[in-house]
Design a protein around this ligand. Sequence first.
Ligand code: ADP
Ligand code: MG
Length: 348
Amino acid sequence: MEKIITLNDVTKEFKVLNRKEGLRGSIKDLFSRDYNIVRAVCNISMEVSRGEIVGYLGPNGAGKSTTIKMMTGVLEPTSGEILVNGMVPYIKRTQNAQNIGVVFGQRSQLWWALPVIESFNILKDIYQVSDRNYSDMMELYTSLVDIEDILHKPVRQLSLGQRTLSDILAAFLHNPSTVFLDEPTIGLDVSMKGKIRKLVKALNKEKNTTVILTTHDMGDVDALCRRIVIIDKGSLLYDNDIENLKGFFGSYRTVKVRLGREAEELTKENLKRLANELQQKLLDTHPEVNSLTAISNESWIDVLVHEDEIDIMKVVNSIQEHYKIYDLKLEEISTESVIRKIYEGEMQ
Ligand SMILES: Nc1ncnc2c1ncn2[C@@H]1O[C@H](COP(=O)(O)OP(=O)(O)O)[C@@H](O)[C@H]1O
Ligand SMILES: [Mg+2]
């Protein structure tokens, strides 16, 4: 299969000034060169083929956006090689831009004061899209989403969802080989998320566009990605089919409990606190087990149990020693809980 993106041992370091406190400190900063090196991306290698949708996942600060910025040519890697469409992105920035589209969630690339259609016209000129290709694309867009309402409104009058939708359409407009979507559904309501997933899926299928997607929303991942790449603290943790994820992380199961009738009325924060408290109690009771994790989930608390380490009934008994269990379910671990566990920094 045609390789669209290749990363070979890519590392990105940032030099950040070690700031000193107060005015005296600021003056000292002017003279001393006291730097810290932050390794945002650490020896990452991967290849992406034409037409793939890759979920690029990891906790906050893992290095996802930094990787995307390197692939789009905004940042130069400290070491290692990147090829996108056969070019080194930061050297051939302009040419690379012809072949990619980018959406950074919540930061629009469209002209604020202009109606969306005007922005599209400008992009058509910038990317030298032929009249024919442009009208074909607009026809495709019209068949996929209801854009009539949006097209003639200035961007600043659009809702966040409409703006994101417009941004995505803008990113695909010149039919690039690859589109990078960095947290595109952040802050959107469920129905808008659904629309955006459908749109991205359809465009990927129709145009065979490669999509690199970062998101915190497992619904996005489930709807769009067969392959996921997980990074943590800059390093690659997992790169495979989403189906293999469970096998990779071992035989986990989830004990879902509802502690007391009031659970439904607890605020998110209080439920989270209760989950933390439960986790601490379980860890105190079973100091030999280090994989027990309790996470609040809707009105439930999910306790992840690694069955190679401890029997599931032992865990249930221990919960019962400390709390009245109002309701209980056992589940195979879901992809979502595996990833949430990683996101919460529990998986080392
Ligand atoms: N321009 C920068 N200067 C210094 N540090 C940065 C810069 N950009 C990102 N970082 C640091 O690099 C790490 C990875 O950041 P980022 O790629 O934004 O993570 P993610 O998108 O996965 O949340 C973080 O520790 C962040 O603070
Ligand atoms: Mg980011």
